[in-house]
Design a protein around this ligand. Sequence first.
Ligand SMILES: CC(C)(COP(=O)(O)OP(=O)(O)OC[C@H]1O[C@@H](n2cnc3c(N)ncnc32)[C@H](O)[C@@H]1OP(=O)(O)O)[C@@H](O)C(=O)NCCC(=O)NCCS
Length: 201
Amino acid sequence: MGRVGHKLTPSPPFPLVAAYGSTRRGHAGVGLGTEMSVDIRDASPSDLAGCHRCLDEVAREGRWLSRLSAPPIEHYAAFVAGLREANAPQVVAVDREVVGWCDIIPDASPVRAHVGRLGMGLVASHRGKGLGQRLLSLALDRARQRGLERIELSVLNDNAPARALYERLGFQIEGRRRRDWKRDGIYRDSILMALDLGAPE
Ligand SMILES: CC(C)(COP(=O)(O)OP(=O)(O)OC[C@H]1O[C@@H](n2cnc3c(N)ncnc32)[C@H](O)[C@@H]1OP(=O)(O)O)[C@@H](O)C(=O)NCCC(=O)NCCS
């Protein structure tokens, strides 16, 4: 991140994944009571293992993401390298270790180069404390700086905290994929949302 003008990478193999790399640093320390202080900042290469662990923890809950575990670390590292080349917005929440991520993956198509796809997550212990909004706000700032104009995402219909967060930051519902998710015979619909950032100045 922070290197404007790089070519876009092909569509990512791992949706809703955190990624790394920045020469710009954004910081927004967040006090969570007397014991917890969480830094919201651009990801760096040293966050790789922490982000992989964080993704794996959230994915293994088996109810929020399309993944049920993180990919092998070597695959993940290669994916992250591609994101860095694409100057993709990638931010993390750090409370001694990585506890959350938000990334926006630029589309590989030349006619969709203005579009990014958003994914995010926080480990369970750090949810419901406003960190999601801070992660998302910084990622959207980076998206504007990156020249992205439209941010898309897919969220499971019954993921109320995520939907509340996206709506609060201005995302609008554009559609629904019915029976999009299936696990142990249970189907769930996905809601398609998007945020129009407008054309770059
Ligand atoms: C989605 C997620 C990133 C939100 O981050 P967060 O820090 O927990 O969210 P915030 O505290 O900023 O805000 C959550 C909102 O959901 C609301 N909320 C929380 N639990 C809720 C529930 N059970 N039902 C309805 N609303 C709920 C909160 O009141 C808040 O909305 P408000 O500020 O308008 O009142 C986080 O919950 C998470 O990581 N979830 C698991 C992974 C995930 O779902 N990722 C997104 C996949 S699309």
